[in-house]
Design a protein around this ligand. Structure first.
Ligand code: GDD
Ligand code: MN
Length: 373
């Protein structure tokens, strides 16, 4: 084989792997996993005591709306405690929280203020120290998110009646769903639900992340050395043999930043990469059903973006060195397809992951800068 045909061949093979693996995984989940029953023995009369932890850092704009949203939940008030953990906000967030607390004496409510900001994971661990002893479920929820229906808490809690369930999270809908973010979510939600039906998903959402308290204690609290506290905690719980599921009956709305969208996506990609890197050594210890899922997601987050980059570089090399017509044609098709939204979305995510891996070399973004939503 001539050198240039060899380069073209390798480039094409890499492109086939890059697009083929996720397509096969996606169709498998959609055709095989999605039609399956949940196999969760939920019990709607199961009303355990829950502690809702809300971490806040400069959330003055949204905190009142958030507390109102939680207050609307249809759950016995004496079985819920809300713990707000603030890390040195400078915009008066704690004052707004205190004001809200005074106006809602029916709500069991604690405000903890950390004098310095170390990041969300640290704050969550601080909050854990204040959780009532008889609480069974810990729910973490970000301020910039809303629970869609008043029975959200009931539904999430009811699943813990099944002793195999260790953690529960929600489907998320971007607020005012727009462009790339919205189309990314379609693909993404099917994958999350499919994985959850098979056994567990290694990716959780900060809009509603519910954990069995006993299990959080067993794993030693939330991670502080990486960013994806929600996904990592869920994964450690699944590694212990419990199920960590994203259930399609629970939906949350998430605010999407109006500015610096790219930076936002890159930072979240950084956190996911940190999470999958940290679980790397655990894969072989994973329960069988979960192992396959973890391998697939680790591949998709850590390796697959680089396969696309290598393929592109090889095509360009081939065009420059040998004026290969095949390479020119294939690369042109690759670029032309960018007019199709799902494809554009996919490529954007690969770019986020590549930039994120590089940024991870010098910053972990554990205490990230606040974005306007
Ligand atoms: N107490 C405290 N201390 N809270 C914090 C800190 C901190 O240092 N940093 C952020 N928070 C709070 C915010 O006020 C918000 O309620 C929540 O943590 C999430 O912060 P966002 O700034 O909205 O983060 P995001 O939505 O972009 O990040 C998402 O991905 C992360 C992992 O990549 C969220 O889902 C996070 O929950 C998740 O950890
Ligand atoms: Mn957020």
């Amino acid at each position: 084989m001539e050198l240039y045909t060899l380069i073209d061949f390798v480039a094409l093979a890499l492109a086939a792997i890059h697009f083929g693996v996720p397509l096969i995984y996606y169709s498998y989940l959609k055709r095989v996993a999605l039609p399956r029953p949940w196999n969760v023995r939920a019990d709607s009369s199961f009303l355990p005591k829950v502690s809702i932890i809300i971490p806040t850092y400069n959330e003055a704009q949204l905190i009142t709306r958030k507390l109102d949203n939680i207050h609307r939940q249809n759950y016995p008030k004496d079985k819920v405690e809300i713990i707000i953990i603030d890390s040195a906000s400078t915009d008066g967030t704690p004052d707004l929280v205190k004001k809200w607390g005074k106006e809602h004496p029916d709500t069991r409510f604690k405000l903890i203020v950390e004098p310095i900001r170390r990041g969300k994971g640290w704050a969550l661990n601080e909050a854990l120290k204040h959780v009532s002893i008889d609480s069974e479920i810990i729910i973490v929820t970000d301020v910039d998110s809303w629970w869609c229906d008043p029975d959200t808490l009931r539904k999430a809690a009811s699943m813990f009646a099944d002793p195999t369930i260790g953690a529960v999270s929600c489907i998320k809908i971007p607020e005012g769903a727009r462009g790339i973010e919205a189309s990314y979510r379609n693909y993404y939600n099917i994958v999350r639900i499919g994985e959850s039906k098979l056994w567990s998903t290694p990716i959780f959402h900060g809009e509603l992340a519910a954990f069995r308290k006993k299990l959080i204690e067993e794993i030693g609290g939330f991670p502080t050395d990486i960013g994806a506290d929600d996904s990592h905690t869920a994964t450690l719980i699944a590694l212990k043999g419990y199920r960590s599921i994203i259930h399609d009956s629970i939906t949350c709305i998430e605010a999407v930043p109006r500015k610096r969208y790219f930076q936002w996506r890159v930072r979240r990609a950084q956190h996911l990469i940190q999470h999958f890197t940290k679980t790397l050594q655990e894969i072989r210890k994973a329960p069988k059903e979960f192992r396959k899922i973890l391998i697939a997601e680790t591949f998709l987050h850590l390796l697959n973006p680089w396969i696309l980059l290598t393929s592109t570089i090889l095509f360009i090399t081939s065009i420059v060195l040998t004026q290969s017509l095949t390479a020119t044609a294939l690369l042109t098709i690759g670029v032309a397809l960018l007019t199709i939204k799902p494809y554009r979305t996919w490529i954007a995510q690969q770019i986020h992951l590549i930039v994120a891996s590089i940024r991870n070399l010098w910053t972990k973004e554990i205490a990230w800068s606040k974005q306007t939503k």
